[in-house]
Every structure is written in structure tokens, then in C-alpha cells.
Design a protein around this ligand. Structure first.
Ligand SMILES: [Zn+2]
Length: 284
């Protein structure tokens, strides 16, 4: 791969010149359409993004899952519980009780874990009305159908705000984080989790020219490292408390020799904090 400069839409720092980090032949998030894309890094601040950039409107950034997929999420619920539980456990090290707002909660699996298992008073915020209704009905959790602006308008404040796999979709993440700061109480904490494109697994897959689903070039505007994620939170006025470069997202392995070997490599990478996602806990 040759290094090259490209010009694209402005980065959050205002610069529009990027350096190509890798070129990937992959698929869209539904694994249907084959697309070529690059991961490029801002020459000024170092934040990476997918190129060409996806066309996303911040107001509707997370309206991309159809109602039939909510059904499949609940069918495969077990594989979503572990990642949710790891986020809650990291929160518990800083705050053992209180009100919690899960922004972009989908059907509310994290809320169910937070409320029923750990006793938090969690509420979800989901811009997709169908998902909100589906979660309320199937999981019995409280979900507000709307955006962060609706919570701000109500002047509601929470002890904890969770952004799990949301920030990478948001075109203007600093503005978005500044709004989330306003819904936090004075000693409140934020938990932000995103895919880590510099994790061990995505690096290996990228070198081998294979597709790592965390890129999702038709949906993910930004590709974070723990450094750029911390940086963006600080720019939005947060103080960093803990950073975890932790376990992998939902990988599935076959029950054959190759599958067992892959499972071993992935779990070793996770134990060494070389997984493919980053979780940062911050405060205001
Ligand atoms: Zn930049």
C-alpha cells in the first residue's frame, strides 16, 4: 500500500488533509454489498476516519437497523449481555448506584442488565421509534423515543450516561458530547465504548486484507484509538478516569480445529488488553 494524501470533508479539528493508513476491500455492515474503502488519518490531529465518508445526518445517525433486526438481536441476546455487563462493571468501579441514561440504547439490553442485575435506575434513549417500542414491550425497560435534544429540553439530569457504539456514527462528536455533558449531574460519569481499529485483531485482519466488521464504512464516520477517544472527550470538557482496551466484540467461532485456535488467539488478545474495543470512563 502506498501512502497518499487525500482531501476530504473537514475533520473535527477543521483540517481536511488526510494520510491513508490502509486500503480495504470489504463489505457494508449488512455484509451484502462489496465496497472498497480506506482508513485515513487527519494530518493535523491524528483522528482516523473511513474514506469515502458515509453520508450521515447526526439527527438520525442511529436509525439504520430495521425492526426485523431487533428481533434477531433479541434472539441472539446472550452475545449482547456479556459486552453490556463489562460496561456496567466498569461503571460500578466508579458509581455503584444512581440514575443512568443509555443514549442510543436500541432495544435496551444494557438497561435490562443495569437495572435488573445491578439495581441502577436506567432509562434508554432511542431515536428509532420501532426499536424503543420493541424494547419496552419485550424487555420491559423504560425507553424514551427521541434524541438528546429532547432530554435537554426536559432538563433531566442523570448520574451516569452511557454511549455504547454510538460516537463513531456521529459526524460532530464534540458537539454531541457537549450536549451529553449537560444531561449529567455535577458528579456524574460517562461511559463511552467504541471499536478500536488499532486493536490486535483488526490489525491482523487488516494486514491479511480481510474485513473487520468494526470498520462498517457505510455507518462509521470515525475510527478511534484510545488516544484519540480520550482526546475528543477532553476537548468536550470531560476528565478521563479509566481507559480499558478490552475484550472483543461478538465474534463467533466454529467447533473445529481452526475455530478452537481462533478462539484461543482472541481470548489471549483480550487478556492482554489487545482486543478490538475501547471503553473510557470520564467525569465532568
Ligand atoms: Zn483532525
Amino acid at each position: 500500500m502506498k501512502l497518499q494524501f487525500i482531501k476530504s470533508r473537514a475533520c473535527i479539528c477543521g483540517n481536511n488533509e488526510y494520510l491513508t493508513l490502509c486500503e480495504i476491500e470489504g463489505f457494508d455492515s449488512k455484509f451484502i454489498n462489496k465496497i472498497d474503502f480506506s482508513v485515513v488519518k487527519c494530518c493535523n490531529c491524528g483522528l482516523a476516519r473511513t474514506y469515502p465518508p458515509p453520508f450521515i445526518n447526526d439527527e438520525t445517525a442511529d436509525v439504520h437497523i430495521s425492526s426485523t433486526e431487533y428481533y434477531s438481536v433479541l434472539k441472539d441476546k446472550e452475545s449482547y449481555i456479556d459486552p453490556a455487563e463489562r460496561i456496567i462493571k466498569a461503571i460500578r468501579r466508579r458509581k455503584r448506584s444512581g440514575t443512568l441514561l443509555d443514549i442510543g440504547c436500541g432495544v435496551g439490553i444494557l438497561l435490562e442488565v443495569a437495572n435488573k442485575k445491578y439495581g441502577y435506575q436506567g432509562v434508554g434513549l432511542e431515536i428509532n421509534h420501532e426499536a424503543a417500542e420493541y424494547g419496552k414491550e419485550k424487555l420491559g425497560v423504560k425507553i424514551i423515543s427521541g434524541s438528546i435534544r429532547d432530554v435537554l429540553a426536559e432538563n433531566n439530569k442523570f448520574d451516569i450516561v452511557v454511549l455504547s457504539h454510538i460516537l463513531e456514527h456521529i459526524v460532530e462528536p464534540i458537539k454531541f458530547l457537549e450536549m451529553t455533558r449537560q444531561v449529567l449531574k455535577s458528579s456524574g460519569i460517562i461511559a463511552v465504548e467504541v471499536p478500536d481499529f488499532r486493536g490486535f485483531i483488526p490489525q491482523v485482519l487488516t494486514i491479511r486484507g480481510k474485513y473487520w466488521y468494526g470498520f462498517q464504512p457505510t455507518q462509521h464516520v470515525w475510527q478511534f484509538t484510545h488516544v484519540t477517544l480520550e482526546d475528543i472527550l477532553k476537548k468536550a470538557g470531560f476528565m478521563i478516569l479509566d481507559t480499558y482496551r478490552n475484550k472483543n466484540l461478538n465474534h463467533r467461532f466454529n467447533n473445529d480445529l481452526k475455530g478452537s485456535l481462533s478462539r484461543f488467539v482472541y481470548s489471549l488478545a483480550a487478556r492482554l488488553s489487545l482486543g478490538d474495543r475501547i471503553l473510557v470512563i470520564g467525569t465532568i
